[in-house]
Design a protein around this ligand. Structure first.
Ligand SMILES: NC(=O)C1=CN([C@@H]2O[C@H](COP(=O)(O)OP(=O)(O)OC[C@H]3O[C@@H](n4cnc5c(N)ncnc54)[C@H](O)[C@@H]3O)[C@@H](O)[C@H]2O)[C@@H](O)CC1
Ligand SMILES: [K+]
Length: 494
């Protein structure tokens, strides 16, 4: 898994080492110069004679970049530093000068700096690091980057984080300098994984500074190798009831497909049994003879795919189940048409699966003033707010799926190809997650943060199944469901 730590956590971990005189900046700058030479070799074959521009802000981030610039200058690179204010890391600047680097002071014209940078083989972005206030680049740094972007962005290596990006939340308010490569020091920061800013980072490489990072990571991204630890694999003495029964309240005469896709994913994800409740049991059983229609004991539910506001029957079933069943501790996936039926308070074993527009409605229903665009601008904040207000675990669907759960658990998964943005994909995710919850409900009650981990697992498996269904091309939701058994087997085989 990839783990991230906030600016405050990184600072806390750096402090004792700095007090002992551990040369963190030297380590960071050395690693940055090594990565930069590798890029220059890739781009132009040789390092000597390359043109590198260091954009140096007022703090230690600029210091890292200037020291790396000095090391590059000693290898025959033509290095220019462009300063953005009177404050600059003096030692770094002196090192660069000693190595033969040129310096354009901040009182020079912004256009001159932008022209220099636009013509470089590589730009080292040392404008802002973890000292950023997260509000986009202001002042001369902002003017400089806007002028540079107008001319066309060269190859950019972000020092620690892309400057202007919300380091802890991935927000992109105002001017941000997008990178091709981000060289992160000591720890990945949440903004490198969280939407909407994650794409600003380009490829991300982590330089280990030997930090002892405090507490739990802020945001996690599960990787394929993590799935085997989280998947409820049946043991030899289990039978269908101990493995978990999933109740599905989905679809209607108007939307029978949602019932088929949801049950299809659940059956293929390997749940012990699927029970279907609704008006299109005949359609479901025709597609999946394994499904049982009608009431009975279940460990988890999927509520809502293909349930429209005028579907009195399904709404009654969901309302009844919410009132009587969640109290008994059954887990639930609350999707689409069921979101507005959510009771005031549930537990983390209920997992909401809204997209941004649906999450905004859940929040507005509870007195928040936010719309879809607001959720998209700061998805983790709003997913967390919905968790606080409802008690539920929240899986917010998007190009990068964000999960917020109990005790601050947070995940950002970017597993799906863009082709997965297709009708019915959400129904498949709901069925898959329902199956996972049905097989793990006891463990979720022991450790409520597990619901968030399972939601992230479902997002990962869903995305991988989409890749497997048709690598590099269009995919239907049913094809994603059909690819689940093979995808799961591959992931468990690691
Ligand atoms: N603490 C250390 O010794 C180490 C720090 N390292 C580097 O130091 C960085 C952190 O350095 P600093 O704490 O000096 O902070 P920065 O270098 O991020 O600079 C922060 C300063 O930028 C200005 N600023 C903040 N938000 C702005 C905005 N939106 N627009 C324009 N200007 C803004 C403020 O004057 C603020 O003081 C890390 O990201 C990393 O690159 C590394 O060298 C490793 C060791
Ligand atoms: K930076």
């Amino acid at each position: 898994m990839l783990q991230t730590w906030t600016s405050a956590q990184v600072r806390a971990a750096e402090e004792p080492l700095l007090a002992l005189g551990v040369p963190l900046m030297e380590r960071a700058a050395f690693a940055l110069h090594v990565r930069s030479t590798a890029v220059l070799r890739e781009l132009r074959g040789t390092v000597a004679g390359a043109r590198v521009v260091v954009l140096a802000g007022p703090g230690n981030n600029g210091g890292d970049a200037l020291h790396a610039g000095a090391l590059l200058a000693r290898r025959g690179v033509e290095v220019h530093a462009v300063l953005t204010g009177s404050r600059v890391h003096e030692e770094g600047l002196a090192a660069l000068r000693r190595a033969g680097g040129q310096v354009l002071p901040a009182d020079g014209s912004v256009d001159e700096g932008a022209a220099l940078a636009a013509g470089a083989d590589l730009v080292l972005d040392g404008l802002l690091g973890i000292g950023s206030d997260g509000a986009g680049l202001r002042g001369t740094a902002g003017d400089l980057v806007r002028a540079l972007l107008d001319r066309g962005r060269p190859y950019v290596v972000a020092v620690d984080v892309p400057s202007g990006l919300g380091v802890d939340d991935g927000r992109r308010d105002g001017t941000v300098l997008d990178a091709d490569l981000t060289v992160a020091f000591g720890a990945l920061k949440p903004g490198l994984l969280l939407p909407p800013g994650t794409h600003a980072a380009g490829r991300v490489e982590l330089v280990d500074l030997g930090l002892d990072l405090p507490g739990a990571p802020a945001v996690v991204r599960l990787e394929p190798g993590d799935v085997a630890d989280l998947w409820p694999v049946p043991t030899r003495d289990e039978h269908k009831y101990t493995r978990g029964v999933l109740g599905v309240v989905a679809g209607s005469r108007a939307y029978p497909g949602a019932a088929v896709l949801t049950t299809s994913a659940a059956v293929r994800a390997g749940v012990g049994m699927v029970r279907y409740l609704g008006d299109v049991g005949d359609v479901v059983v025709a597609a999946h003879p394994e499904v049982v229609v009608g009431h009975g004991r279940v460990q988890a539910w999927v509520f809502g795919p293909g349930v429209s506001p005028d579907d009195a029957g399904q709404r009654r079933r969901i309302g009844y189940a919410f009132e009587h069943v969640l109290e008994r501790g059954e887990a639930a996936v609350v999707d689409a048409g069921a979101l507005e039926l959510l009771p005031a308070r549930v537990g983390p074993h209920a997992v909401l699966t809204p997209h941004a527009g649906e999450l905004a409605r859940v929040l507005v229903q509870r007195g928040e003033d936010v719309d879809r665009a607001g959720v998209e601008a700061d998805p983790l904040r709003w997913a967390r707010r919905a968790h606080e207000l409802t008690g539920a675990t929240v899986l917010l669907k998007g190009p990068v799926t964000v999960v917020a759960g109990a005790h601050g658990a947070a995940y950002a998964q970017a597993d799906a190809p863009a082709w997965l943005a297709t009708a019915g994909a959400g129904d498949v995710l709901a069925g898959l997650l329902g199956a996972l919850l049905a097989g793990s409900v006891d463990a979720v009650h022991e450790d409520p943060t597990l619901a968030a981990a399972l939601a992230a697992t479902a997002a990962l498996v869903h995305g991988r199944a989409a890749h497997r269904a048709n690598p590099g091309g269009p995919i239907s939701a049913q094809a994603v469901a059909d690819a689940l058994p093979g995808t799961i087997a591959e992931l468990l085989g690691r």
